[in-house]
Design a protein around this ligand. Structure first.
Ligand SMILES: *Cc1c(COP(=O)(O)O)cnc(C)c1O
Length: 420
């Protein structure tokens, strides 16, 4: 591997950055010109309408961010102090923090290899081990739908509410239905790195008018219908700004176009790496259409060079014909391109070191300590801790939809060089 043969990109190639088109500015300006510089206005109403229409749910509540939407979703789902909440382990911390805001106890469910999402087999087992669990939090990682109808069925059988986090998967479908429409309650995000963005913002998704009204009230300080400030419940200042909503409103018509660009990026990577000892992040081609928010790689086990990760740093030993995420990310970084490690699973995070973690193989009660890839193997030959294995061998590639074909071809060459 010789990185000196690559000239760094003049402009940074981002993992996933905002892509504006012009209408966003017009709607923002409209808010300014009409003085609806507040958390009320036409843009907010439009964002709620467009989001509900796109996802195929009856109602969307426009909020300040996806995390705020998840927090109110926890309240809708009935998370109470001391309750066990069964959660995707392979996700961003924003899926889980709101469980803690409500003093629930997250129990992490391991990942399956087919879609890198919550393993329904492990979820079933988690219900056996935690029969009191009445809420499940599921994310669709990197825009790839998980096995959401199986998960929904398991939740129904156990009388549990399903919170569906589609922050990364807006526009992705499973069996012809949009992600976000499967949960008891869902959320989406318009954070700056998502497939469409308002710079920030998010929505709570529901089919229930009473939930819509309640969440809207909670998000605006829980004001009762009275001539003065009257309160019966704790409130939050979580409503979306009408200026931000202008940006989101202007982005919605470009959702399909962004997804098409992301899909093309994924396809080009797959083609470019087809003879390397790697696989792209997998999806169920028969039943799902991802939005391909991020393109990722998983290095074959026998093509991994030696890599060791501590809590804050990583080391590797380069080897002919082999590589590892740390090496590839380092080389991309030197070339002014942004990749990222796979989201470190929640059950591996120091903050959750005492929380339960259920694999399809482990006993589920204690910590398995099995998260050294190629270490402990489950009965079917898979590592007992799938999430740790994907974290160890996987990485996110630059997936910005403004990246040119020529720039992507250079990225592909850079990654290929790591295996020389
Ligand atoms: C981005 C993200 C969120 C949080 O959304 P914000 O709008 O940034 O608060 C939640 N869950 C997942 C899986 C995310 O990727």
């Amino acid at each position: 591997m010789n990185i000196r043969k690559f000239t760094p990109f003049e402009h940074k190639i981002w993992l996933s950055s905002p892509t504006m088109h012009g209408d966003e500015f017009q709607y923002m300006k409209e808010a300014y010109d009409t003085n609806w510089m507040s958390t009320v206005g036409a843009n907010i109403n439009e964002v709620e309408r467009l989001t509900a229409e796109t996802v195929g749910c009856k109602y969307a509540v426009a909020l300040s961010c996806g995390t705020a939407a998840l927090h109110l979703a926890m309240k809708v789902a009935g998370v109470k102090p001391g309750m066990h909440v069964l959660c995707s382990s392979q996700t961003f911390s924003a899926s889980i923090n709101p469980v803690c805001y409500e003093k629930g106890i997250p129990v992490f469910v391991d990942t399956e290899y087919d879609t890198w999402n919550m393993d329904p087999v492990a979820l079933e087992k988690a219900f056996e081990l935690y029969p009191d669990a009445k809420v499940v939090v599921v994310a669709h990682l990197y825009g790839t739908p998980g096995k959401i109808d199986e998960i929904r069925n398991i939740c129904d059988r156990h009388g549990a509410a399903l919170v569906e986090d589609t922050a990364e998967s807006l526009g992705a479908t499973y069996k012809g239905k949009m992600t976000g429409s499967f949960g008891t309650v869902g959320i989406c995000s318009f954070n700056g790195n998502k497939v469409i963005t308002g710079s920030s913002g998010g929505c709570l998704l529901t089919g229930d008018k009473a939930v819509y009204e309640k969440v809207k009230k909670w998000s605006t300080q829980s004001r009762e219908d009275a001539p003065w400030y009257q309160h019966e419940e704790v409130g939050y200042n979580y409503r979306m700004s009408n200026v931000i909503a202008g940006v989101v409103r202007g982005q919605f018509p470009h959702l399909e176009e962004h997804i098409a660009q992301k899909t093309a990026i994924y396809e080009r990577y797959r083609e470019g790496f087809k003879d390397l000892p790697v696989k792209m992040n997998p999806y169920d081609a028969e039943n799902s259409v991802p939005n391909f928010w991020l393109s990722c790689l998983l290095i074959d086990e026998d093509a991994m060079c030696s890599q060791v990760r501590g809590e804050q740093d990583a080391l590797y030993i380069g080897e002919h014909g082999k590589s590892c995420p740390t090496e590839i990310l380092e080389v991309l970084g030197k070339c002014n391109a942004e990749g990222r490690p796979i989201w470190k699973p929640m059950h591996m995070q120091p903050i959750f070191r005492n929380n339960g973690f259920v694999t399809r193989e482990g006993d589920g009660r204690g910590r398995t300590n099995a998260y050294i890839a190629g270490g402990k193997l489950g009965r079917d030959g898979n590592p007992a801790d799938v999430g740790a294995d994907i974290f160890d061998r996987g990485l996110c590639l630059p997936s910005d939809n403004k990246m040119t074909v020529e720039e992507q071809e250079r990225i592909i060459e850079i990654v290929r060089s790591c295996f020389e």
